[in-house]
Write a protein that binds this ligand. Structure first.
Ligand SMILES: Cc1ncc(COP(=O)(O)O)c(C=O)c1O
Length: 384
């Protein structure tokens, strides 16, 4: 179906096309100089010493958890209100995910107080997720992690260039992982980036992402190496040259596109202000902080029609909406394997059934936003 207002839209033009063509014509497609160039540019933009491109954010989270030695017997605290990859990558290592609550309906971000409540003698790490592009309370989360000697990992899939108290997200924990999936603020179709200031960790991740081989295919192609050794059990989590070339163009657009997203978010706030059955989270921004508005979730309050009805009504008008997220602990696999009583996550469980994500992307026009809001208004007025 062709949406009149899709949930997200790409910002691709002749610059990305030219970048792809130039790689194709270069004769080398797998990890090489474009990847290295993209890594340096990304590291500089985020303000970290090292960036290591990987095949997805999921691969990035997994390789970080693996490199930190997380495994059976370890517990890792993370939000339930996030994408499943935040938890599945921990399960892949053999460690146990422990779900923590979000602060409130206004700040649906990992609650430092609940993280602290969920720490046991087995806890080894905490993963934060900067939901919707809004930075978590990193000052308190870093303090809790330090006091309990825990590794802190940042899932930055929603938040490239988001700032918390003057520092970019991804620079607070031992490592941060970004996603370049299609709908992300910076996209290459698939892809991800791990950032860290830890030279040893960066080196290990670079090794692990390519089978833990001591020499890469490009070295051999150029005649710089004739054989290789494998020094531990590795993965194929490599990024490639075509995506890296697209990534460079997208990185150049990121600041302006994040600013456009912020303008669209501000316009939604104005347009939705008189709908008292809709609550808009993230009313206040922390000092010296900046959100990057990956998605625009609203919360259906008293007087709102059922969520499914609203989504159907908007769909009939060509408006695509979504839900971010069904809490992870509520998904069948996690309910069976890691049962977590809903009462342990009261904010998440009160909020999740009322969340609805509206369309948001840099080229969203004021007329499209008006259509979305009028669609909501009419649906509520006509609700049975
Ligand atoms: C919060 C979060 N973490 C991780 C991921 C996984 O990213 P990828 O698709 O690059 O593996 C996503 C993707 O949507 C996400 O939203």
């Amino acid at each position: 179906m062709k949406w009149e207002v899709p949930l997200f839209d790409l910002d691709f033009d002749a610059a990305e096309e030219k970048a792809v063509l130039s790689v194709i014509r270069s004769g080398w497609l797998t990890q090489g100089e474009h990847v290295a160039q993209f890594e340096s540019a990304f590291a500089e933009r985020v303000g970290v010493r090292f960036a290591c491109a990987v095949s997805s954010c999921t691969a990035g989270l997994h390789v970080v958890a693996h490199a930190l030695g997380l495994g059976p017997g370890d517990e890792v605290i993370l939000p339930s209100l996030t994408f499943v990859a935040t938890a599945s990558t921990i399960v892949q290592t053999g460690a146990t995910p422990v779900f923590a609550d979000v602060e409130s309906a206004d700040r649906p971000l990992l609650d430092p107080a609940d993280v602290e409540r969920k720490i046991t003698s087995r806890t080894r790490a905490v993963i934060v997720a900067h939901y919707a592009g809004h930075p978590c309370d990193m000052t308190r989360l870093v303090e809790v992690a330090r006091r309990h000697d825990l590794e802190l990992i940042e899932d930055c899939a929603h938040a490239p260039l988001a700032v918390c108290e003057g520092r970019k997200v991804g620079t607070f924990g031992v490592a941060g992982a970004f996603s370049f999936f299609s709908n992300k603020n910076l996209t290459t179709g698939e892809g991800g980036m791990v950032v860290t200031d830890d030279a040893g960790l960066a080196q290990r991740i670079a090794l692990l992402r390519s089978h833990a081989m001591t020499h890469q295919t490009l070295d051999r192609h150029r005649g710089h190496a004739f054989d290789y050794d494998v020094v531990e059990l590795g993965f194929n989590y490599r990024f490639d040259e075509i995506r890296a070339a697209i990534g460079m163009v997208q990185l150049g657009k990121l600041k302006a596109n994040n600013a456009r997203r912020a303008e669209c978010a501000a316009r939604y706030r104005q347009l939705l202000a008189d709908l008292d059955w809709i609550q808009i989270p993230f009313q206040a921004t922390a000092p010296r902080s900046r959100a990057v508005h990956h998605i625009f979730p609203i919360v259906l309050a008293d007087g709102a029609p059922p969520r499914q009805y609203l989504m159907q009504s908007l769909r009939k008008k060509g408006i695509q909406t979504s839900i971010h997220y069904r809490p992870i602990h509520d998904l069948s696999f996690y309910r069976e394997r890691y049962p977590t009583p809903d009462e342990k996550l009261p904010q998440t469980m009160a909020l999740a059934p009322r969340l609805l994500t509206l369309p948001l992307y840099p080229a969203l026009t004021p007329a499209q936003q008006t259509k979305v809001v009028e669609g909501l208004r009419k649906a509520q007025a006509d609700a049975p």
